[in-house]
Design a protein around this ligand. Structure first.
Ligand code: FO1
Length: 337
């Protein structure tokens, strides 16, 4: 990154709403085209005969500035006539697909049926919405997050939306990951990066699926650029989603330290929320204490700029060792299958 401080090539790893917010901030402060977001597709599922990619769409709608500001996912000013009609027909109506959102799922599914890879489909969709940032699915082949709970194994959206994250989580696995290959686009983006950012997304459900794609974890571990994570845990809570609840259920400390430990060997710096400033000496890497709660465009851009300024202060990474195994996962590991 030393030669490219004025316009670094940034690669962000993101899941849904929290990740999308930081991506919006980075897009705002970076020159157009200097951001690539690699997005979790473990949440994807087949529904109403369509392929739904919730995190890709959340990131895309946020970057396009057309997202529902209350939920963070879906479109603003959305209507749900199709959903209501589906309910009247006895169809599944627990997953709230909006009328205009439906057009994206129909178009994506149509293109996928024509054997156009998800990477290309995603690129077409984001260009249609005028998004200058490159959005890359973590993989072109289906990798599906399966949540192992005290009530049995649940496909991700059944755990997250249908069961509102109520079952106790025992473990998480990523079905299809071990046979998957990273896309050329993901490999090239990581190779060309000046900085890798772990967005404030759920480590177990949003970032681990990306790291489960064979080769990706190793590439990040060996990367010669700085790698920084922004905490998804603030004051012992996750602003959104079950990250903190999962930590408790897995016998972990509900703390940003748990997040840093989880990404052991993958990080050179950590962004801690000001609410947890007291912990700043407890990390074995440089820490930035910042207001990580992103409520509007200004706070997203401010955090993104503070993160870039912080990265500038970090020492250039020493050559990374080859010794650690690519498949060694940290504690409370999610497993690939
Ligand atoms: N999340 C919900 O909590 N309830 C929903 O009904 C819901 C519908 C939905 C429709 C389209 C879409 O792109 C996302 C949607 N989400 C919904 C969000 C999504 O399921 C989760 O936020 C992510 O998968 C977790 O990052």
């Amino acid at each position: 990154m030393s030669n490219n401080f004025s316009s670094p090539n940034v690669v962000a790893l993101a899941g849904g709403v929290g990740g999308a917010k930081l991506a919006v901030g980075l897009q705002k402060v970076l020159p157009p085209g200097m951001l690539t977001v690699i997005v979790n597709t473990g949440d994807d599922f087949e529904h109403w005969g369509l392929t739904i990619c919730p995190d890709l769409d959340t990131v895309m709608y946020n970057l396009a500035g057309v997202n529902n500001p209350e939920t963070g996912w879906g479109l603003q000013g959305e209507t749900f006539n199709a959903l209501e009609a589906m309910g009247r027909l006895g169809g599944e109506d627990w997953f709230r697909l909006g009328d205009r959102d439906l057009a994206v799922h129909l178009r994506r599914s149509e293109w996928l049926r024509q054997d156009i890879p998800l990477t290309q489909v995603t690129d077409r969709l984001r260009r249609s919405l005028g998004v200058s940032t490159t959005i890359l699915p973590m993989s072109d082949v289906p990798i599906r997050t399966l949540v192992h709970t005290d009530e049995g194994d649940l496909p991700f959206q059944h755990y997250f939306v249908r069961r509102r994250c109520e079952p106790m989580v025992i473990d998480v696995s990523f079905v299809g990951a071990s046979n998957a290959q990273p896309t050329e686009e993901v490999l090239q983006a990581l190779d060309a990066a000046d900085l890798i950012v772990f967005c404030p997304s759920n480590p177990y459900l949003s970032i681990d699926p990306i790291l489960s794609v064979p080769g990706v974890r190793r590439m990040i571990r060996k990367s010669h650029v700085r790698r920084v994570a922004v905490t998804p845990i603030i004051g012992g809570r996750a602003l959104k989603g079950p990250a903190a609840k999962m930590m408790r259920e897995m016998g972990q400390m509900m703390s940003p330290i748990t997040v840093a430990d989880h990404f052991d060997g993958l990080l050179d710096g950590f962004v801690l929320d000001q609410a947890d400033a007291v912990l700043h000496n407890a990390f074995d890497m440089p820490v930035l204490v910042a207001d990580t709660v992103m409520t509007d465009l200004a706070s997203k851009a401010r955090l993104a700029q503070e993160l870039l300024d912080f990265v500038y202060t970090l020492d250039a990474p020493a050559a990374r060792s080859e010794s650690t195994s690519d498949i060694a996962l940290p504690t409370f590991s999610a497993t690939s299958s």
